[in-house]
Design a protein around this ligand. Structure first.
Ligand SMILES: [Zn+2]
Length: 184
C-alpha cells in the first residue's frame, strides 16, 4: 500500500492546536511517551487517546539503554509500561528505544513486560524540512516518519507547521498517512 506512518516521540510540548488539527484532518498518529516529560499532563494524552491516537512506550527517563544493566533497562521500559497502563487504561504493545539505541537485553526486557513490536523510523519531520533516510529523498511504502513534541523554542515553526509539511510531502508523492497499529 502507498501508506506511511506518523509517530511522535517524547511528550514535552503539549500543543492543543496539534490535537485540533489532527482531529479535523482525521490523521492517525502514534505517540511514544517518556514519563519524565509526559507526566506533568497525562490529561493531554488521554484526550489524544480519545481521538484515536495510539499511545506507546518510550521509557521513563529517556536514557541510552545499552549503557544500562539488563535490570536497569527492564526498569526503564517496564515501569513505563505500568505507568501508561495506569494512566491510559491500556498496556502499550509498542516500544521505541530512545535514540533508536538497543541491544539484546533491551528486546528481552521489552518482551518480558508486554511489548510486541519495537518500531524504529525511516524519516524525521521538522516544520522546515524532512530529514530523509535514503539517498533518493523519497517516501517508500510502509515508511515510519518520526517527529517530536516540540515547539518554537526548539524548532523554526510549530507542530501544525510540521504536520502541514508531512501531509504536503506525502500527498505530493502519492502517499496516505495510515495507522501504524493497523499494519503491524
Ligand atoms: Zn526520544
Amino acid at each position: 500500500d502507498k501508506v506511511v506512518f506518523l509517530t511522535i516521540d517524547d511528550g514535552a510540548h503539549k500543543d492543543p492546536k496539534l490535537l485540533e488539527m489532527l482531529r479535523e484532518l482525521d490523521i492517525p498518529v502514534s505517540a511514544f511517551l517518556s514519563d519524565y516529560v509526559a507526566r506533568d499532563d497525562y490529561d493531554y494524552f488521554r484526550a489524544a487517546r480519545d481521538d484515536g491516537w495510539g499511545i506507546h512506550n518510550h521509557t521513563v527517563n529517556h536514557r541510552e539503554l545499552p549503557a544500562l544493566s539488563a535490570a536497569g533497562q527492564k526498569k526503564e521500559i517496564c515501569t513505563q509500561q505500568d505507568t501508561l497502563e495506569e494512566e491510559m487504561g491500556e498496556r502499550p504493545t509498542l516500544f521505541r528505544p530512545p535514540y533508536g539505541a538497543y541491544d539484546r537485553d533491551t528486546l528481552r526486557a521489552a518482551a518480558s513486560c508486554g511489548v510486541e513490536v519495537v518500531p524504529l523510523w525511516a524519516e524525521e519531520a521538522f516544520p522546515d524540512r524532512i530529514e530523509w533516510g535514503r539517498e533518493d529523498e523519497k517516501l517508500h511504502p510502509g515508511d515510519i516518519i518520526l517527529t517530536h513534541f516540540r515547539g518554537e523554542k526548539e524548532w523554526k515553526g510549530t507542530m501544525p507547521d510540521m504536520i502541514r509539511r508531512v501531509v504536503n510531502t506525502a500527498t505530493a508523492q502519492g502517499f496516505a498517512i495510515a495507522r501504524l497499529e493497523d499494519y503491524l
